[in-house]
Design a protein around this ligand. Structure first.
Ligand code: PGA
Length: 249
């Protein structure tokens, strides 16, 4: 039985004040019990404050990115050891914005995935195709390449301590959600790809859907057999909406 996870990726949003209000709403909203794991992903400077506000609650936290390298002369980077200082449970690796805007290749993303696991932090590996790739008929090739880079470096068993998020790039921040059927088809493809290496790991793997998840569409997405929760961007900045999504599990 896979326990769903609802993750809120705040991206480059928030302030000390807005975080306090947001987390107060979320922690109050989940206080009566939830059927999923849940976590928030603030910008790095707020990790200490998020840890302070969420310690002792059911809400976990993590970072949106991490360096693949050990501490050293890498200006502007953040190491896994630093995330551990703030007791991060998770870290997102390979978000499409990192891949597209900051040139992170699948090889780099695989190294970040490996660094996270080595530190005992659960990586959430994002994969997904652009609209052009989907329409060009190479969606499965693209997603397979993103998965294979990690499988080749870390081995299939590594997925036992990892989460995958399928995020079609055309659905991120656009208001265009994949239909539950479209998402399910790709989730089944991803699970099938893992199963060619190890059926048990594949059956246990949590695969989240991301891309314009909202309170109004979460339940139908999460009802699909291979969708194990969501990676939520814009809607995670609204406390009530995020709680509605968590409770849609
Ligand atoms: P969105 O972002 O929910 O705003 O589409 C999802 C994501 O990028 O993780």
């Amino acid at each position: 039985m896979r326990r769903p996870l609802v993750a809120g990726n705040w991206k480059m949003n928030g302030s000390l004040q807005s975080i306090q209000e947001l987390l107060a709403t979320i922690t109050a909203g989940v206080a009566d019990g939830i059927k999923a794991d849940c976590a928030v992903f603030p910008p790095f400077p707020y990790l200490g404050e998020v840890e302070r506000l969420l310690s002792g609650t059911v809400v976990r936290w993590g970072a949106q990115n991490v360096s693949q390298r050990a501490p050293g002369a890498f200006t502007g980077e953040v190491a896994t050891a630093m995330l551990l200082d703030f007791h991060c449970t998770y870290v997102i690796v390979g978000h499409s914005e990192r891949r597209a805007l900051y040139g992170e290749s699948s090889a780099i993303v695989a190294e970040k995935f490996a660094a996270a696991r080595k530190a005992g932090i659960i990586p959430i590996l994002c994969v997904g195709e652009t609209l052009e790739e989907r329409e060009g008929g190479v969606m499965e090739t693209v997603i397979a390449e993103q998965l294979d880079a990690v499988i080749e470096l870390e081995g299939i068993k590594a997925f036992d301590d990892a989460v995958i998020a399928y995020e079609p790039v055309w659905a991120i921040g656009t208001g265009k959600t994949a239909t539950p059927e479209q998402a399910q088809e790709v989730h089944a493809f991803i699970r099938g790809r893992l199963a060619t290496h190890d059926a048990d790991v594949a059956a246990r793997e949590r695969i989240l859907y991301g891309g314009s998840v909202k309170g109004s569409n979460a339940a139908e997405l999460f009802a699909m057999p291979d969708i194990d929760g969501g990676l939520v961007g814009g809607a995670a900045l609204n406390g009530q909406e995020f709680v509605t999504i968590i409770k849609a599990v």
